[in-house]
Write a protein that binds this ligand. Structure first.
Ligand SMILES: *[C@@H]1O[C@H](CO)[C@@H](O)[C@H](O)[C@H]1NC(C)=O
Ligand SMILES: *[C@@H]1O[C@H](CO)[C@@H](O)[C@H](O)[C@H]1NC(C)=O
Ligand SMILES: *[C@@H]1O[C@H](CO)[C@@H](O)[C@H](O)[C@H]1NC(C)=O
Ligand SMILES: *[C@@H]1O[C@H](CO)[C@@H](O)[C@H](O)[C@H]1NC(C)=O
Length: 457
């Protein structure tokens, strides 16, 4: 895990939180909130393979959170409560968020797989010190809650704490004591803190106007151990949950949010946005594909996509339909916080064999953790098999080849899938989502997507 520490030596590619707001827009059009999505500058001493390995490691941490879940699953159920991620700083998309009054700025991971928004935080005697948080409590990177007028701890005696907040602890020395949480991770990483009611400030695009989102549930993290959290100040929870930032922001901005993810290996100044409310980048049909957004307690806080199958070069793959059936322990989620696409074993097997069959003859090389990797240095003009993902309502995702035949090292490409044991939900990771605009229309339970370079005007 030297990954995260080496990141400390490199500049992040900071871009300001931006909001596009048109005061002249017609009354009927809902407001739009846009946050710039930021890619972190990568450590040039790491090879591409190191980075990809970092992604895999990172995804594993997230998955293992589910495996470590203490709740025994009832018969026919599956393990899914991956409420929060572990972030090693690679393969993630960040946003700048201003927390408190007066506002303090932080860089948070934008994660559709998390419900809780939290920041590294110091409050009273609970200091988020170097030892406990990997950060100096006086550094910019720690939220000093004492200085915020709008910061209000949620008490452990409250109904909210006792009944509704995830991972809250039962310890409650006095009813007015803060409502504590403890997130543990499989690799031994963990984050502890307490819940608070706080405001987040959104700066408008003209640089003068500001808007406050009040009454947000914020985790004040006073201790986080393990290397996973060295490279971010916290997490912006975009998951489906009453307590998430997404539910809060979409309630005020048009009932939907969208994002466009630039190529994960693209220059770091390539810009994309996380948008709340209508997104003008969407063109008219047929460019826009549309399907059902599956929102169900079985998947919460994840968003499910109504996948019905996969095809390679137009040939529909023979994958058992139960793989995509949420009721049968399957289904597919879209996760901005996982990088690789993880397929339930029965689907994984079929997909990699269909693709690898068409790549026979290209010299294979071994690159852990991938099963199929190829030495591409002498590969001439070949037609690479075209993968497509099919959704209910005839929607179809045609990812660019680089999204599933991933460049791992100079001249080496690998089939970018990992497998998870059945029964299990499959994950469409952020590499598979790249160069597309995705809209999560929560109000109407629709998922829209469109090919896009993600460049805005
Ligand atoms: C925060 O406080 C406000 C005002 O007291 C309240 O309306 C809101 O529901 C609270 N939010 C949470 C998450 O407790
Ligand atoms: C992005 O970076 C490249 C190379 O560093 C530079 O040529 C280009 O002008 C930059 N683009 C923007 C929009 O800053
Ligand atoms: C790929 O093949 C070339 C020549 O065929 C060879 O020089 C190179 O070492 C190979 N790369 C790997 C990673 O095996
Ligand atoms: C590669 O093959 C395609 C069609 O098979 C052809 O259109 C293209 O010109 C070829 N490119 C090169 C560099 O030979």
């Amino acid at each position: 895990m030297p990954l995260s520490s080496s990141f400390l030596f490199f500049f992040f590619f900071f871009l300001l939180l931006l909001l596009h707001f048109s005061p002249t827009r017609p009354e009927s059009e809902p407001e739009t909130l846009r946050l710039k999505l930021i890619r972190r500058a990568q450590d040039p001493t790491l090879t591409r393979l190191d980075r990809i390995r970092g992604l895999v490691h990172n995804d594993r941490l997230r998955r293992h959170r589910a495996a470590a879940s203490p709740a025994p699953s009832p018969p026919g159920a599956f393990e899914m409560p991956v409420r929060s991620g572990a972030y090693a700083g690679t393969g993630q998309y960040f946003v700048r968020v201003r927390v408190g009054t007066p506002a303090q700025r932080f860089l948070l991971v934008a994660d559709t797989g998390s419900d809780l928004t939290w920041v590294k935080c110091s409050y009273g005697s609970r200091k988020c010190g170097k030892k406990k948080c990997g950060s100096d409590p006086d550094a910019e990177r720690v939220f000093r809650a004492d200085r915020s007028r709008t910061f209000h701890p949620i008490s452990c005696g409250s109904d909210l704490c006792r009944n509704d907040l995830p991972f809250s602890l039962t310890t409650c020395p006095t009813p007015a004591s803060p409502c504590d949480y403890d997130y543990g991770y499989f690799d031994g990483s963990s984050t502890q803190g307490f819940y608070a009611n706080e405001s987040v400030t959104i700066a408008l695009s003209d640089g003068h106007k500001k808007r406050k989102l009040k009454g947000l549930l914020l985790g004040c993290t006073s201790s986080s151990s393990g290397p996973s959290f060295d490279s971010s100040d916290g997490v912006l929870g975009l998951g489906h949950s009453d307590i998430s930032f997404a539910s809060h922001a979409t309630a005020q901005f048009g009932g939907r949010f969208s994002y466009c993810l630039v190529d994960h290996l693209s220059p770091k100044n390539a810009t994309s946005y996380l948008t709340f409310g209508p997104n003008r980048m969407f063109r008219a049909a047929p460019a826009v594909q549309e399907t059902d957004l599956l929102i169900t307690p079985k998947l919460d806080p994840y968003y499910g996509a109504a996948v019905i199958g996969l095809s390679v070069d137009g040939e529909v793959l023979r994958i058992p339909p139960s793989v995509w059936n949420v009721g049968k322990g399957g289904g597919a989620i879209l996760d901005s916080g996982s990088s690789l696409t993880m397929l339930a074993e029965p689907a994984y097997r079929v997909v990699v064999s269909a693709l690898s069959r068409r790549l026979v003859g290209i010299p294979e090389v071994k690159e852990d953790p991938f099963e199929y990797c190829y030495n591409w240095t002498r590969v001439g003009n070949i037609t690479v098999p075209k993968l497509a993902v099919h959704f209910a309502g005839r929607a179809q995702l045609d990812p660019p080849v680089k999204s599933y035949l991933i460049d791992v090292a100079a001249g080496v490409k690998c089939l970018g899938f990992t497998s998870v044991a059945w029964p299990s939900v499959s994950t469409i990771g952020n590499i598979m989502q790249q160069e597309h605009l995705w809209e999560f229309d929560i109000q109407n339970r629709r998922l829209r997507f469109q090919r896009s370079t993600c460049t805005t005007t």
